[in-house]
Write a protein that binds this ligand. Sequence first.
Ligand code: HEM
Length: 411
Amino acid sequence: MIPPLVPDAFDPASAAFVADPYPTYGLLRKLGPVAWSPRTGQYVVSRAADVDAVLRDRRFGRSYLQVATHAEMGRPEDAPHLAPFWDVVRDGMLDTEPPDHTRLRRLVAKAFTPRRVEGMRASIDATARQLVDDLVDAGSDGSVVDLKPVVAEPLPVSVIADLLGVPPADRHLLRPWSQDMCRMYELRPTPDDEVRAVQAAEEFAAYLRELAAQRRARPQDDLVTALAEVVDEGERLTEDELVGTCVLLLNAGHEATVGVTVNGIAALLAHPDQLERVRADPALVPTMVEELMRYDTPLQLFSRWALEDADVGGVPVARGSQVALLFGSANRDPERFEDPDRFDVGRSSNPHISFGAGIHYCLGAPLARLELQALFAELVRRVPRLTPAGEPRRGRGYIIRIPETLPVTVA
Ligand code: HEM
């Protein structure tokens, strides 16, 4: 069975598609479980049930190294100048498969416990309060404020820094490293993206090795110490795995959270009735946060490789093929969500896929929810009027969906 071709509008390099991919997703879902994208060389999966099934299907894996070596695949990642980047990333659990993944996830979960997350609540609430103070101050004279640097970026960065134990003086290093590394997760990184990603990976890895050495010498109550102690206890978390895990936590742990915040505020500004509704009833903040994650999905696409001959919804997919799972589309699938294009802060049944499914299900979901609920509760409670001051500007990134700016006035 030959799958249909994706509609021409499915073009991750097109600004129009990136600005609003959702109508194209509607066309894709009508085509069947799988379509073929000649432009990206991938099978494209757009329906919620199929995305969910592939994520849970062990015939598919995250790393193509399970099916072939870099050289056999002729992948650009094989380029020697990119080796330092992949060397750092490879040992984070996200790019491993069982049994390595099982061992790594168990070890990290032992250090990154619910107690540790709950212990961050007070400082997350305090930071959220401080950021909303900053926003109100910055906008008190009627000037236009960009919400992204003032409110959306600082909370996830300070949370991840606290979690890892990065001292305040070094925190300014984290976001540029993460942004530069995340350029490699878009479908077509440019040569400049590659140079910056390699440099960021090397600098961040060196920084973490030094931090881990310091924590071994003088343990503290932070995750780097906990992970280092797991190594010292004779468990098999190597130094490279420790570094790969911390890099993963930095990147996975805050880019998407920034995305939900900026996209979420943009969605609320575009639906003033919903903003008023949650203002009148702040108990809706938790369901609102879930709806923000569904309605404008922060991580639009995750890929898998067929580790053996397999199928998606009955359509054969040969071993070695790459499958693109469209999370943004799954989250607007009418088979899963009632009236999926409606933005509803009180949506009661909301089984969105934004945190993934199966063995790689987001380890940081409880922390992300804690952060987002704290920040949005504070915003809703304290900022009486938030008015858009121009269109949010989109960059060229498709997979990580974060507008570059979100200008508003505050009153
Ligand atoms: C994995 C989404 C925040 C840590 C994932 C995956 C998704 C995801 C979709 C699975 C990827 C795949 O299956 O290929 C998100 C979203 C977030 C968020 C939307 C924010 C709104 C966080 C935070 C942390 C975190 C705050 C930790 C501090 C991780 C880790 C994994 C992961 C460690 C890998 C799990 C594994 O491979 O077993 N995340 N994440 N994430 N996330 Fe998150």
